[in-house]
Write a protein that binds this ligand. Structure first.
Ligand SMILES: *Cc1c(COP(=O)(O)O)cnc(C)c1O
Length: 496
């Protein structure tokens, strides 16, 4: 199996090359060039222990690597970083199940893919004969940056530069990044908003890709955002893992369908659920939960994607997004028509909207459902679930929980519902504290302590001494300075 551009049948590369390139040269996203159903016996995957299950899924969809090559990479990526036993526990809350994806080093679900991406990228360099040092450049609105820094820190042959908007990330997220340790890491604030920074990073990647001189001086850049298949494929794992734990707990019978509710931004997490379904896992519906930036809800209801609308800053900031990149992959996988996809993406760029053909809309309706809620509903839900069940959710999980209840009311014949929990409540402590009805805290660190005191839930270890850790990164630049900053850094042999 090869990976092809979602916009052109003729652009095809191996899975290793797709990981190195990130994006196809025509701007399309790499997708499997053939249907992935029937590639394996999905039930046999459920018998494997977590590391072997992850390795089997990676080897299946990244055929440049054999299972034996992947196994040591998986072990080195997760051992000691995630709880041993179940990396992603499923917890029963009332009649629903919550799949906790936040037990990694930075307390957000992105840890799962970003822990293994460095190993996959290094292995892909070897396969493709790339000898230069890889410099990873990332733009972040908060969670990606820290998880990428942790993933790449001290990985031989790599360096990582993270740019974040100087006043666009939460105080906790900023502190997590500027105290980052490691000899190959670099964190820089930029006076601009996330969209500016993301656009510049894409430009920088494109320019050096084409620039022979940069290549000759040994500069090789790559990206760590969710358009890279190396970030998407590892996320399939936890859908299988959740299913296995429900079978083990006798909550479902083997082969019984399960509905998954996913708090969605760039559509990467939920797309991994779709790939799990394609492989054969009995996934019923995939429920796409949004906040008031509800462009996806509109899309699943009407078949028209329209991003000409106001942008809201909400209490679930990782879902504040109007262009969900990975949706393009779903459109390709369902239609297998690169001409159609290319036309729709062109319309999105030119007009800010597109409409899918009726047949495609029907297929979407069979598998997907879109719902959203406002901040006040999210906060009410956080309080309600805490009071009724003693279970504390973060704001992103709160959105998914609320949408799950809406879905169940409208579909009384629903299957067992699993809600994906994408962050620890201690990552957004002030809002969670306020939702529970407690007075304002002095700052986020104070809120963290109060939240722990009031709920009796311990602060995650990686947050414990966050406010007293030495600050190691103080650079701040204007967007215009980003390209120069990257080139200068990439040329330096040692960063610290
Ligand atoms: C990134 C993120 C999301 C959205 O995930 P996508 O794959 O972009 O849809 C949801 N919740 C949290 C906490 C996140 O960090």
């Amino acid at each position: 199996m090869l990976y092809q551009s979602s916009r052109n049948d003729k652009i095809k590369v191996t899975s290793a090359a797709a990981i190195l390139d990130g994006l196809a040269e025509d701007g399309g996203l790499f997708c499997p060039d053939q249907p992935i159903g029937g590639l394996t016996n999905w039930k046999a995957l459920l018998d494997l222990d977590p590391y072997d299950m992850m390795a089997a899924i990676l080897a299946l969809l990244l055929p440049s690597f054999s299972a034996d090559e992947i196994k040591p990479i998986v072990k080195a990526s997760y051992a000691g970083k995630f709880p041993s036993g179940d990396m992603t526990p499923t917890v029963s809350v009332g009649e629903d199940e919550i799949l906790e994806l936040f037990h990694g080093p930075t307390c957000a679900f992105k840890d799962i893919a970003l822990s293994v991406l460095p190993g996959l990228l290094t292995a892909a360099c070897k396969k493709c004969g790339v000898r230069e040092k890889m410099t990873i450049v990332a733009a972040t609105s908060g969670d990606t940056g820290k998880a990428a820094l942790e993933g790449f820190r001290n990985v031989p042959g790599t360096g990582i530069i993270v740019f974040y908007p100087s006043d666009g990330v939460s105080p906790i997220q900023q502190r997590q990044m500027i105290t980052q340790e490691g000899d190959n890491v670099c964190v820089c604030a930029v006076e601009g908003n996330f969209d500016d920074i993301q656009a510049r990073v894409k430009q920088i990647l494109e320019i050096t890709e084409k620039n022979e001189r940069a290549r000759k001086s040994g500069i090789r850049l790559s990206s760590a955002n969710s358009i890279n298949i190396g970030r998407l494929i590892p996320q399939i794992f936890y859908y299988f893992q959740a299913y296995r734990s429900l079978v083990k707990k006798n909550r479902i019978c083997l082969k019984e369908p399960v509905d998954f509710v996913v708090p969605t931004g760039n559509f990467g997490d939920i797309l991994a659920g779709f790939l799990a379904k394609e492989i054969g896992l009995p996934v019923g519906r995939l429920i796409c939960a949004s906040n008031s930036n509800n462009v996806l809800t509109g899309f699943f209801q009407t078949g028209t994607y329209d991003c000409r609308r106001p942008f809201f800053k909400t209490v679930s900031p990782s879902m504040d997004i109007l262009i969900s990149s990975n949706l393009e992959r779903l459109l390709f996988l369902l239609s297998r028509d690169p001409g159609l996809v290319s036309g729709m993406m062109h319309a999105l760029k030119e007009k800010g909207s597109y409409t899918v053909p009726g047949e495609l809309k029907q297929t979407l309706d069979e598998v997907f459902y879109g719902g959203f809620c406002q901040d006040d509903q999210t906060q009410k839900m956080i309080a309600g679930v805490w009071q009724r069940y003693g279970y504390l959710m973060d704001t992103h999980t709160g959105v998914a929980y609320e949408v799950a209840q809406q879905y169940k009311t409208m579909h009384p014949d629903h299957s067992k519902v699993v809600i994906l929990s994408t962050a620890s409540p201690f990552k957004y402590p002030s809002v969670v504290l306020e939702s529970l009805g407690y007075g304002p805290a002095e700052n986020e660190f104070d809120a963290m302590k109060k939240l722990s005191l009031k709920t009796g839930i311990p602060i995650p270890e990686s947050f414990e001494d966050l406010d007293s850790r030495p600050i190691r990164h103080r650079d701040q630049i204007k967007p215009d300075g980003m390209a120069g900053y990257v080139l200068e850094r990439a040329k330096q042999k040692a960063w610290r």
